[in-house]
Design a protein around this ligand. Structure first.
Ligand SMILES: Nc1ncnc2c1ncn2[C@@H]1O[C@H](COP(=O)(O)OP(=O)(O)OP(=O)(O)O)[C@@H](O)[C@H]1O
Ligand SMILES: [Mg+2]
Length: 270
């Protein structure tokens, strides 16, 4: 779905926001991209749908180099991008108008538009909210509406740039549940976060620090790399940190820690 080769980018002559990043994301995979503030996460996201073009290196989307897309709208349709602030992404006066906006820009016929709006609002759990003023939605609902807008374009991939950062725990959980369902249906997902506990659901995780890709692996491998994470100014969630102290690295949550402790105890009593 994405092939990034030696990608380097600097906004101005100064420091590199991305520095020699290479990464391959296969169709249907769910990636978490982790990194502290200023590590280059959003800059990477903007390269995945052509909002930024590489200064050095190459980015391929769906097998085609981003520079070769004659129509950037085609690339934006293929790769949906959802941002952090739910309020900045709403353009319509009603929920259905908001989803319709992108489709109108693409010139999708009325009938087809109706069909798609109904379909995607159902998918994100906003059926029945068609006429509602988006301002009355909760944060989690607003982010699901933003996702519906992207899904209406029938994308192959969805990039979420800290899309849960401004939500309360319930809203964040709603969005993560929706992502799990979309993942199950085969959508490629790239979820940018600095919340380690959101990584557990992903297939793979990448860690950025100072514009460089420091680590790639399974979530469990990332949770086992406490020392590296601290160097990247990231913190292990409590269960993983406790596990590490006890010599049981890689525990992604309390259940995993309990299982590891039980195995340890059984080993000692055996
Ligand atoms: N529009 C811009 N103009 C100039 N410099 C920028 C711009 N956007 C980002 N930068 C710089 O590029 C580097 C990477 O920024 P980026 O926004 O990609 O990081 P991030 O990991 O998304 O950070 P955050 O967690 O704060 O969102 C930082 O040093 C940042 O100051
Ligand atoms: Mg960012």
């Amino acid at each position: 779905m994405f092939r990034i080769e030696n990608l380097t980018f600097a906004y101005n002559a100064g420091r590199r926001a991305l520095d020699g990043v290479s990464l391959e994301i296969r169709p249907g995979e769910w990636w978490a991209v982790l990194g502290a503030n200023g590590s280059g996460k959003s800059t990477l996201a903007r390269h995945l749908n052509g909002l930024l073009l590489p200064q050095e290196g190459r980015v391929y989307v769906a097998g085609r180099e981003v520079r070769e897309y004659d129509d950037m709208r085609e690339l934006r349709r293929l790769v949906g991008l959802v941002f952090q602030n739910p309020d900045n992404q709403i353009v319509g006066n009603s929920v259905e108008e908001d989803v319709a906006f992108g489709l109108e820009n693409l010139g999708v016929p009325r009938e087809e538009m109706r069909r798609r709006i109904t379909e995607v609002l159902g998918e994100v759990g906003l059926a029945g909210w068609e006429q509602a003023d988006p301002a009355v939605l909760s944060g989690g609902q607003k982010q699901r509406l933003a996702i519906a807008g992207a899904l209406a374009m029938r994308p192959q991939a969805l990039i979420l740039d800290e899309a849960t950062a401004m939500l309360d725990p319930a809203g964040a959980a709603e969005v993560l549940r929706l992502l799990a369902e979309l993942h199950r249906q085969g959508l490629t997902i790239v979820m940018i976060t600095h919340n380690m506990s959101e990584v557990t659901a992903a297939d793979k995780a990448a860690v950025l620090a100072g514009g460089r890709l420091e680590f790639c692996g399974t979530p469990q491998e990332v949770f086992g790399a406490g020392e590296l994470l601290r160097r990247c100014h990231l913190e292990l969630p409590p269960a993983a940190a406790l596990g590490e102290m006890l010599g049981l690295p890689g525990c992604m949550d309390l259940d995993a820690l309990l299982a590891a402790l039980t195995a340890l105890k059984d080993g000692e009593t055996a």
